[in-house]
Design a protein around this ligand. Sequence first.
Ligand code: GLC
Length: 529
Amino acid sequence: MTQHLADALPTTTGTLPGWWRDAVIYQVYPRSFADSNGDGMGDLEGIRSRLPYLKELGVDAVWLSPFYASPQADAGYDVADYRAIDPMFGTLHDADAVIREAHELGLRIIVDLVPNHCSDQHEWFKQALREGPGSPLRERFHFRPGQGESGELPPNDWESIFGGPAWTRVADGEWYLHLFAPEQPDFNWEHPAVQDEFRSVLRFWLDLGVDGFRIDVAHGLVKAPGLPDLGRDEQLKLLGNQVLPFFDQDGVHEIYRTWRKVLDEYAGDRIGVAEAWTPSADRTALYLRPDELHQAFNFHYLTTGWDAPALRATIDESLDSMRTVGAPTTWVLSNHDVVRHRTRFGGLDRARAAALLMLALPGSAYVYQGEELGLPEVTDLPDEVRQDPSFFKENGQDGLRDGCRVPIPWSGDQAPYGFGTGGSWLPQPAEWAGLSVEAQTGDPASTLELYRSALRVRRAHPQLGAGDAVEWLPAPEGVLAFRRGDFVCTANTTGEPVRLPAPGTVLLTSGELAEPDVLPADTTVWWQG
Ligand code: GLC
């Protein structure tokens, strides 16, 4: 089953070697992309059958969120077997077919790796529970006695990202650490067996031909020695703002150095992408030193509002930080964990303008499935259909992650709109008939055709993704204007039209341009000039 077809794909784009430096990478959320067997849940065969759509859209690579064997306590981010496919998604043969056919189409495949924690149904954790306190198998996780007279209090004050204490007590009285749901015990990355196991898992998927890994919670693997108290509550407020005893510890970098050696053993430019929430772009850059990973999600960009000065500051800061380590900056607006940017920014015009701005910046861009259709967040899901574990927590996150995970509409005027033949695991809004791939295809005013055109223009003008700097041009308040060679991008983030001399001829525009000298509200224009 081994595939090395990736070796035959071009490895150089833009000006520097490395296909990933300016790649547009499309995130597929397997549950919600395409359902081939009518069970209402997306699957690998559905993904395989839709690869031509992604090719035609014009992306370079596809990142697949987890499809591994999992009880689905956190939609597959609770992995019970890192080398097996969950029957809900298909078989290893199906995964092989996705990788092979993607390569035949010239698309690369990045899979999700979840090394911070596994499922409580993972064989190692079940054994650790069975063998009891003091057993060496417990050392692969963080088991501790509790505090208080009879150990009835958690070992420290850490809170779970999903709410409540980060510790759960088992029948024999010990507690185990889980930074996320209780069904997601954290691995102890000091343990050599854990380190060996993940290098072996990397090789398993690299041998199958994948082009890289998106590394889940890449900043969380190493915990501060002694697991010290944080000393305060409402710890969620600190996430991404400071180094914590469980996040962004310097020790994580040693792990990625060993992983880089594994990636480099393989031909064809295999990459590692960090999902690392760090306090600053400079700290994110540390994950991308030449002997570590290749890319990291730019969450500082994702969390910046639709506001010219703020965007410019984040763009500059991101580029400056990544330049110091020679890594490409990445740009991302949406993913499976956040409110879709159409809704976050307040409307389709802004979403379209934001997409053109992102795709004009140097580096690599991530597109989350459905954003090319201009899908909004679904905000009125009934409680009984929600599955996000954070939703069920009393003190946890707002629990809104299901609203960006609703299966996408492909065709037809009735739910599930071509997603499959048997419904969809989350209900789709009635208005989505008009947003389907079929409804938008061929309509030059549609968001789908805007993305297709943008990716076509980006391919024809490799300077858009290349390099590590933008040349800012003078612009009125609320407007961003920058040059990249003979290409100019102007973006009006205000709600009013702005007069601005046309810097050339129009290549593409996110909204109708009545006069070349007037940039409409919430509109981005690409110019050749
Ligand atoms: C990452 C994933 C998220 C998941 C969490 C725990 O942040 O993107 O969906 O819940 O890790 O694995």
